[in-house]
Ligand binder design. Structure first.
Ligand code: NAD
Length: 286
């Protein structure tokens, strides 16, 4: 039987989640995605109208099929956690069963089990504020959406993951080196995500024979990255200073995710894997 993957955090064809979905599809996996509720409508409409057909092309010429798109808001664990203003919001009221617990239940009812879980989402409402100017609310929101969301999703998906399965999240080197401009507590959120990767690898490994790894990716001009405001500068910096002076392609991160999810990586867990043209290794570039 082919493997089944759930990728949380796909809402267009520009980000890492999309590229990971494609690499997993090219390797023969069935693809389910979780899309942030406010972005759902436009994503589904664009898919239906063929707007992504060019970027759905796989190496063998076929088009990636997404078996099902699930609405998801990973900052809410169950319906009791949803505040009234969100419930009443038109974009949310139009969808149902989008809290983490409900999505896992729906996937279970639809398909029974999955083999691969990918977390490719982050949000930091105050990302443009330096850490020194970040509010408590902004900081906690960044950690809730970008770090705890992984714990919550794993908590709810682990029971439906087949032993031998793998999970992957996406992190950024701002967790361990200072990147001015990556603010709002996002650097803290990534540090938490990387630490949690180690602890959850132990817990999920012992509990369900599931591997947990995170990819520390170099800069990519995704929708989320453009919201930070200086992604072009980060890409240019990487180009100038990294050992490999080439553009970093989302597909290169996708391919690494496919490797990590495969039996080829059967002894790799709890690791932060750099896919950044080697930029993380540099102290001084000449
Ligand atoms: P992206 O915009 O493609 O992906 C982010 C996704 O998160 C979006 O689809 C958005 O709708 C979704 N999202 C936000 N809040 C959510 C919520 N509460 N519930 C569910 N979904 C939610 O951008 P990306 O850059 O590909 O980001 C994917 C991952 O890669 C993130 O973890 C990001 O931090 C990480 N990353 C990105 C870069 C980069 O330069 N782009 C570098 C390193 C790591």
């Amino acid at each position: 039987r082919g493997k089944r993957a759930f990728i949380a955090g796909v809402a267009d064809d520009n980000g890492y989640g999309w590229a990971i979905a494609k690499a997993l599809a090219a390797a023969g996996a069935e693809i389910l995605v979780g899309t942030w509720v406010p972005a759902l409508n436009i994503f589904e409409t664009s898919l239906r109208r063929g707007k992504f057909d060019e970027s759905r092309k796989l190496p063998d010429g076929s088009l990636m099929e997404i078996t099902k798109v699930y609405p998801l808001d990973a900052v809410f664990d169950s319906p009791e956690d949803v505040p009234d203003d969100v419930k009443a919001n038109k974009r949310y009221a139009g969808s149902s069963n989008w809290t983490v617990k409900e999505v896992a239940e729906t996937v279970k009812n639809d398909f029974g089990t999955i083999d691969i879980f990918v977390h490719s989402l982050a949000n930091g409402p105050e990302v443009k504020n330096s850490l020194l100017e970040t509010s408590r609310k902004g900081y906690l929101a960044a950690v809730s959406a970008s770090s705890y969301s992984f714990i919550s999703l794993l908590q709810h998906f682990l029971p439906i993951m087949n032993p031998g399965g793998a999970t992957i999240s996406l992190t950024y080197i701002a967790s361990e080196r200072t990147i001015p401009g990556y603010g709002g507590g996002m650097s803290s959120a990534k540090a938490a995500l990387e630490s949690d990767t180690r602890v959850l690898a132990y817990e999920a490994g012992r509990k369900g024979k599931i591997r947990v790894n995170t990819i520390s990716a170099g800069p990519l001009g995704s929708r989320a990255a453009k919201a930070i405001g200086f992604i072009e500068k980060m890409i240019e910096y990487s180009y100038v200073n990294a050992p490999l002076q080439k553009e970093l392609l989302a597909d290169e991160v996708g391919n690494t995710a496919a490797f990590l999810a495969s039996p080829l990586a059967s002894a790799i867990t709890g690791s932060t894997i750099y896919v950044d043209n080697g930029l993380n290794t540099m102290g001084l570039a000449l």
